[in-house]
Design a protein around this ligand. Structure first.
Ligand SMILES: Cc1cc2nc3c(=O)[nH]c(=O)nc-3n(C[C@H](O)[C@H](O)[C@H](O)COP(=O)(O)OP(=O)(O)OC[C@H]3O[C@@H](n4cnc5c(N)ncnc54)[C@H](O)[C@@H]3O)c2cc1C
Length: 395
């Protein structure tokens, strides 16, 4: 029997992982990525929570190999602007093999997942940006901006937050929601005195939220969330103006020293999420990852949700040979969980910057609330302890 073909639009986290899942489900996938091969992946680093690490394993991948350039960060230390520790938050217990939540440069994660896709004989075609999709009775055809077309049995839209595939399925849907925060990130140019290994520090700075962690080479990786009423436009800040803005925001706080010790400051990026996408699929087209449900970065779950989507889609395609039924089963399995995670992420973004009175109240009550919550077990267990069955083994 000839294998069914699948087009995966987007070679990011969801796209590469879904291509591997499609192989396990008996498809012949090809990934079409808009950027040119080797294009620098913008973005600083990603913390892949332990449920996402487990999803890699469910795809038949070895997390230690995929994440080998990252380092474990199983705990968050939440601090007030003064540096006082407000709470320690575990990011899920380790998996049976000892792997845990890992922080890794975004470029390294993408490169690693792409090499895993290639190891599963998945071709990645670079430099083709999807422009349109025509879904017919016998096949689906993707049209790219450079004039090329490609046809297959199934098309997976893994084209991220500003997904063209989502627009095709939801022509009049609202754009992603801006959360009132910008994002910056960086790496100190060399080793500096940093916090203990294994703990992601996060501080409610006086004027902006800041996070930082020590890498094994002694450099410190950091991110910041300056508040801003309206989203930033491309080119609005020059690199020098962006650095100056951050130095001013963190003047007199330890975060300022880390910004000053970094050669390049990444960003600004707008922080957005996407709560309810009405249509996730038709009979031959389906959305995964940020294309279907973008969660706020502060949830630390976007990458994990993308990987979980890939595993669940693979299982549904294996269990149900009819595409429309398989895609409907995938949506039913994923929608309730991801929409709950998106709502959780939006709540955590809203507490990042408060006025002086709100901040004083927060710093006073947060330790008490966190102690009470954790006495009853880990309140994030429903996110972090989610485990999916092994896809490779179920063939
Ligand atoms: C600042 C920031 C920090 C974050 N930190 C974390 C974190 O610590 N932990 C975490 O879990 N999540 C984090 N996230 C969220 C996480 O990055 C996303 O949820 C994740 O990347 C989603 O994967 P994806 O594959 O769906 O989208 P992406 O990773 O964005 O990949 C989409 C791919 O599709 C390609 N593409 C786009 N349009 C087209 C087109 N028309 N045709 C072809 N290809 C196309 C893009 O070039 C890209 O390669 C963060 C997000 C931001 C913005």
């Amino acid at each position: 029997m000839t294998k069914r073909r699948a087009l995966v639009i987007g070679g990011g986290i969801a796209g590469t992982a879904t291509a591997v899942a499609l192989r396990h489900a008996g498809f012949d996938p090809v990934v079409h990525e808009a950027k040119e091969r080797g294009a620098d992946e913008r973005g600083a680093f990603v913390t892949l929570a332990v449920n996402g690490v487990n999803a890699l394993r469910s795809l038949g991948l070895d997390p230690a190999r995929v994440l080998e350039r990252g380092f474990p960060t199983p705990t968050i230390a939440l601090r007030a602007a003064s540096g006082r520790l407000l709470a320690e938050v575990p990011l899920g217990g380790p998996l049976p093999d000892g792997t845990t939540t890992v922080t890794i440069r975004r470029a390294d994660l993408y490169a690693s997942l792409r090499s895993q896709a290639k190891a599963h004989d998945v071709p990645i075609v670079y430099g083709g940006r999807l422009a349109g999709v025509v879904s017919g009775a016998g096949e689906v055809t993707a049209a790219f901006e450079d004039g090329r077309t490609d046809s297959a049995d199934l098309l997976v839209g893994a084209d991220g937050l500003h997904s063209r595939t989502r627009e095709v399925l939801n022509p009049h849907a609202p754009a992603p929601h801006y959360l009132g925060l910008l994002n910056a990130g960086g790496f100190t140019a060399g080793p500096v005195a940093g916090p203990p290994a294994g703990v992601m520090q996060m501080a409610f700075g006086r004027r902006a939220f800041f996070g930082w962690a020590s890498a094994p080479d002694g450099t410190v990786w950091w991110f910041a969330n300056p508040p801003r009423k309206r989203p930033v436009a491309p080119g609005e800040f020059s690199p020098a103006a962006w650095r100056a803005h951050l130095l001013e925001l963190f003047a007199g706080e330890p975060a300022g020293d880390l910004v000053a010790a970094s050669d390049e400051i990444l960003g600004p990026w707008n922080t957005r999420d996407l709560h309810r996408v009405r249509v996730w699929h038709d009979d031959r087209v389906v959305l995964v990852g940020d294309a279907a449900h973008a969660v706020a970065p502060s949830s630390g779950q976007g990458a994990s949700m993308a990987l979980e989507d890939a595993v669940v889609l693979g299982h549904c395609l294996l269990a149900q040979p009819e595409l429309p039924a398989a895609l409907a089963a995938y949506e039913s399995a994923r929608r309730p969980r991801v929409e709950k995670v998106v709502a959780y992420g939006r709540r955590s973004s809203n507490t990042k910057v408060l006025g002086p009175v709100g901040a004083a109240v927060r710093d006073a009550v947060l330790p008490v609330i966190m102690r009470r919550l954790h006495r009853r077990g880990d309140p994030q267990a429903w996110i972090l302890e989610h485990r999916l069955p092994h896809l490779a083994a179920s063939r």
